[in-house]
Design a protein around this ligand. Sequence first.
Ligand SMILES: Nc1ncnc2c1ncn2[C@@H]1O[C@H](COP(=O)(O)OP(=O)(O)OP(=O)(O)O)[C@@H](O)[C@H]1O
Length: 269
Amino acid sequence: MNTTEEILRLDDIHVVHTARTGTLFRRDRVHAVAGVSVAVRRGETIGIVGESGCGKSTLARVMVGLQEPTSGTVTFKGDDIRRRSRAVAKRSGRAVSIVFQDPATALNPRMTIRDTLLDPLDVHGVGTRAQRRARVVELLDLVGLPASAADVLPRQVSGGQRQRVAIARALALEPELIVADEPTSALDVSVRAQILNLLTDLKERLDLGMVFISHDIQTVRYVSDRILVMNAGRIVEEGAAEQVFDSPSQEYTRTLLGAAPTLLSHHTN
Ligand SMILES: Nc1ncnc2c1ncn2[C@@H]1O[C@H](COP(=O)(O)OP(=O)(O)OP(=O)(O)O)[C@@H](O)[C@H]1O
């Protein structure tokens, strides 16, 4: 196992959105990400924390290829993503997956959990039909769900179980990196720690890299090896989790720490 292997690297990424505000003829521009560089290594969890609107989700979308940066480079295992052929780009689609905040909206309500998990396998033509069906059971088992969960609709399971399904779907194509964007924020407080533990456990077992994004610094600290603090599109502080948490160098980080409710403190004790 090579724990220092760099999976994804962003260099000087800028994203300028044309804002929804303004007029038809004069749109305001929002510099959502303003010069972010970050590298994610195998076996490591990077936490990204910052207030709502600081650019976390935009950065997450750049990482998984859902958002084209205005400038800067995204390198996947040494390859500039934009310079690669379509075939390679398609394969790289499998390599970085995202888990969104709300599994209720991220999952198709009319698809059974089996079909939800078969979908990416079908689209990418993975294995035979029998192998794909077996993979569904394997994926459910990975996220701690029984095989019988395959036959029901997302609304027939709990919120925590729905997020497990979303995580299973993210794992379907054997990614090397998972980006989790506020994966526990829409969940009941009572199941948040279970989902955090599951993500950490999967990262270890499957030797993945993980990027964990949250506005809640306590949650980020609980899972992360390294923490990046974002403010207005920039990284304003970066360091080992304990260091950022115990001796923040920036006033902004201290404010975030001071404002944070100790939501998970009973789990971290
Ligand atoms: N598709 C878009 N079009 C226009 N503006 C956008 C778009 N997406 C995000 N923005 C703006 O870019 C800025 C950063 O948003 P982003 O969602 O990345 O931040 P965030 O830290 O993830 O916040 P939140 O936690 O509220 O989602 C905000 O000002 C937001 O309004």
